[in-house]
Design a protein around this ligand. Structure first.
Ligand SMILES: Cc1cc2nc3c(=O)[nH]c(=O)nc-3n(C[C@H](O)[C@H](O)[C@H](O)COP(=O)(O)OP(=O)(O)OC[C@H]3O[C@@H](n4cnc5c(N)ncnc54)[C@H](O)[C@@H]3O)c2cc1C
Length: 289
């Protein structure tokens, strides 16, 4: 299947890209790694008249430490996130989530910004982004603004990004020592997308008491969400098996679980609870070194 005809643009600065977006409006789509947009165009689920390719725009890819945060350019590929020693050292759950996306071809072309802008309900990175509490930096005609991961995912493939904006950077807070994280998913056997995926980050003190817990769930509903009930069940408590199990029971609360070809609401809710428990158990082990 071939996409409908479109005009291709290759701007060489963010300003040029924003100028094109402002001029072409709804008729245009931004192209990053193309691993979600091009399949959609081939299926004629998207038929933009113009494609604005970001690959020649300098400064949109790369990973650096900046003021207690890890700053990752939107055009940084999944493979670069997966293999970065800075990301692996400071926020390993992000590397872990990137490493289980699709296959090497997808990870070498797909981008962090593309995944978060696309907001596929079965994507892996949204759960890790929520668990880590990342900030998303958008640039538009009026300058830059920052959106918290909690406010980013609005609905099925809908985000807080405005039509005239680009997602330019993802800023990841560095968690304190005594923190461990884990991203785990039940992958669809064919596509590898998450039927359910859970990202968990916990900080544990010397007595095994949880001072902070952050949990994101993807796959089961129309958008990735924070599992607030699970977090409340962990914070301030000694993280033994019974506490983790009881907290994980709340993992499907607040998720608009959808029945589809991959499972019933009951089955997917069950997967949320199972993967929340497994992900938290692994995060606690890692926090305790
Ligand atoms: C075979 C296959 C298997 C896959 N398996 C998985 C998987 O297991 N897990 C998973 O999470 N994902 C999976 N994916 C999706 C993959 O991660 C995509 O790369 C990703 O979702 C989109 O990133 P991209 O850079 O390719 O974006 P594109 O496809 O280029 O763009 C996606 C959307 O985001 C918009 N966009 C992109 N970048 C920006 C930006 N900087 N600012 C504003 N808007 C932007 C585009 O306009 C478009 O609407 C798979 C894809 C394929 C083809």
């Amino acid at each position: 299947m071939y996409p409908a005809a479109f005009e291709y643009h290759a701007p060489n600065s963010v300003q040029d890209a924003l100028g094109l977006l402002g001029r072409l409006k709804d008729d245009a789509k931004v192209l990053a790694g193309g691993h979600s947009l091009i399949p959609m165009m081939k299926l004629r689920l998207a038929q933009p008249k113009h494609l604005i390719d970001l690959r020649k725009v300098p400064g949109l890819a790369g990973i650096r430490e900046d003021g207690g945060m890890i700053a990752i350019g939107a055009m940084t590929t999944h493979w670069q996130v997966e293999s970065s020693s800075l990301v692996k050292g400071k926020c390993p759950i992000l590397s872990e989530a990137a490493s289980v996306i699709g296959d090497p071809q997808v990870r070498n072309l797909g981008t962090l910004g593309g995944s978060l802008a696309h907001a596929d309900p079965a994507a892996d990175l949204p759960a890790a982004a929520i668990a880590l509490g990342v900030e998303l930096v958008c640039e538009g005609p009026k300058g830059r603004r920052t959106v918290k991961a909690d406010d980013w995912f609005k609905g099925l493939m809908q985000t807080a990004l405005r039509e005239d904006e680009l997602l330019v950077e993802i800023r990841v807070p560095v968690w304190p020592s005594g923190t461990g994280g884990c991203y785990m998913k039940f992958p669809h056997p064919a596509s590898r997308f998450a039927v359910v995926g859970v990202g968990a980050v916990v900080t544990v003190d010397g007595k095994g008491v949880c001072s902070k817990a952050s949990v994101g769930v993807t796959g089961a509903g129309t958008r990735a969400v924070r599992a607030k009930g699970v977090e409340a069940g962990l914070q301030g408590k000694k993280l033994d098996a019974a506490t983790i199990e009881a907290a994980a029971q709340k993992a499907a609360e607040g998720v608009d679980v959808q029945a589809d070809l991959q499972g019933s609401v009951e089955y997917k809710s069950h997967l949320c609870r199972v993967f929340a428990r497994r992900s938290i158990e692994a995060a606690v082990k890692r926090a305790q070194g």
